[in-house]
Design a protein around this ligand. Sequence first.
Ligand code: FES
Length: 105
Amino acid sequence: MGTIVRCCSRDDVAPGSARCFDVDGHRIALVRIGDDFYALGDRCSHADYSLSEGDVWEDELEIECPKHGSTFSLKTGEPQTLPATQPVPVYTVQVDGNDVLVEIP
Ligand code: FES
């Protein structure tokens, strides 16, 4: 069981978009699809580029690295396309009222 840390307010991330937050020293890409939130490590596993600056694929539940185009599953962090071959970390998200909370391991 990790530590539950407040990341932001729900309204800080528009539906269909992603935003980078520093949560307890972890650089996290928080993605919002409708009223659901997903938290991934923001650093692409291929090179040090910010996933939160990439496009969000709402139907596929993926985010695309803005540098070389690998897409990552929002649920598992696994890359779905090359050139990335390693997953990025995923974090458990809770929504409590207007607060978005992330579990830091
Ligand atoms: S840096 Fe993300 S795919 Fe290359």
